[in-house]
Design a protein around this ligand. Structure first.
Ligand code: SF4
Length: 361
């Protein structure tokens, strides 16, 4: 009995070596795999059939790529795009092949252009201040679905600000990157390849809410990316009220993992702290945080919360935020405020999708 053909795969899921292996299986030389990779990853081509490849590769594309064939491209269409009034933040809701929608943000501040991408549809971590957390988990994104978001952001940047390069990437959109570890690492290998999109590993930040096994795995594997850890609470009680995942990995375990990460990699850790008025912005909390992080090479990023469902943010200009920052600086931690970017485009994670769902219901 004939077995069913394997399900189609995305060419964007594959690193160069695997594309070369696919072509080699069809008797095509590595030289052609570089041309295919360049078209896909460096040039962001969405229609391989329109390209004048050399005949062997052109034939392979005709036979193997397209609906009903062995391979497809990840080219999610935009469901919507919004941009901030200053035009520096653009947020896209992209539709994946199964109809799931995910968010991608393009930010351009101080001459630096940064893409913020999603790693899951929904999120299982359930942070109470987060619109995505309130939606629940749907599924992991494949590597190609992560790569395609970066390609989309780059395409928009090139179209709207010719000559500008996308240099930075943060994994801070929908989802917990370390809950989707293998796909994320594979996507980052593709994205950081100098032959492809070419965003250097030191310009890529993985942001986690505290998935301890993932943090230790990053360290043990020597992954070259930056690590950002969302803390939000300075003791178990404060943190677990905001981050339910901390019931699984306690604050004590998380800080121990951060110490181990620092010892193994020698790298600085970025601690993200979403300031929520009346919840975690007091001077006592700041002093506890400084004591907690003592001895870690850490940089604290204070993020005023985008207002969402019952919580208000605390900004740098407000006395509580200023005092919080001063206490950490006095304790010797570099501590900066992240601008409240794109507040008018609902650029907190999951907020655009949440808005869309609200309007549809
Ligand atoms: S803040 Fe991040 S980890 Fe927490 S629920 Fe939202 S997407 Fe998930």
């Amino acid at each position: 009995m004939d077995s069913a053909p394997p399900p189609p795969r995305s060419l964007h899921d594959l690193p160069l070596a695997e594309i070369a292996a696919e072509l080699a299986a069809a008797g095509i030389t590595p030289h052609h795999s570089k041309a295919l990779w360049r078209a896909l990853q460096r040039e962001g081509e969405l229609d391989l059939h329109s390209r004048a490849f050399e005949p062997p590769l052109q034939r392979w594309v005709e036979e193997h790529v397209g609906e009903g064939k062995a391979f497809f491209l990840d080219a999610p269409p935009e469901v919507s795009e919004t941009h901030s009034s200053d035009g520096l933040t653009r947020k896209f809701l992209l539709k994946q092949r199964d109809g799931q929608t995910t968010e991608t943000v393009l930010m351009g501040y101080d001459g630096r252009h940064t893409a913020c991408v999603s790693t899951q549809a929904g999120c299982a971590m359930g942070c109470v201040f987060c619109a995505t957390g309130q939606m629940g988990f749907v599924r992991h994104l494949r590597p190609g679905e992560i790569v395609a978001q970066v390609l989309h952001a780059r395409r928009v940047l090139e179209a709207t600000m010719p000559g500008r390069r996308l240099r930075n990437l943060v994994l801070m959109g929908m989802g917990e990157p370390l809950h989707n570890y293998d796909s994320v690492i594979r996507a980052l290998e593709i994205i950081s390849s100098v032959r492809g999109i070419g965003i250097g590993p030191s310009r890529i930040s993985i942001s986690t809410v505290g998935v301890v096994p993932g943090i230790l795995r990053l360290a043990k594997e020597g992954q070259p990316y930056r690590l950002a850890v969302s803390l939000h609470g300075s003791n178990e009680e404060e943190r677990s009220a905001l981050v339910p995942a901390s019931k699984k990995w306690s604050l004590a375990e998380l800080i121990a993992a951060c110490r181990e990460y620092g010892a193994i990699t020698g790298k600085r850790i970025f601690f993200e702290w979403t300031l929520i008025a009346g919840k975690n912005d007091s001077p006592e909390t700041a002093h506890r945080l400084a004591a907690l992080l003592k001895g870690i090479d850490g940089h604290v990023n204070l993020i005023p919360l985008n207002p969402t469902q019952g919580f208000a943010g605390t900004a740098a200009g407000e006395a509580a935020g200023f005092e919080f920052q001063r206490i950490l600086l006095d304790a010797g931690f570099p501590c900066t405020f992240r601008q409240r970017r794109g507040i008018d485009v609902a650029a907190g994670c999951g907020q655009l999708k949440a808005e869309k769902i609200k309007r549809a219901s």
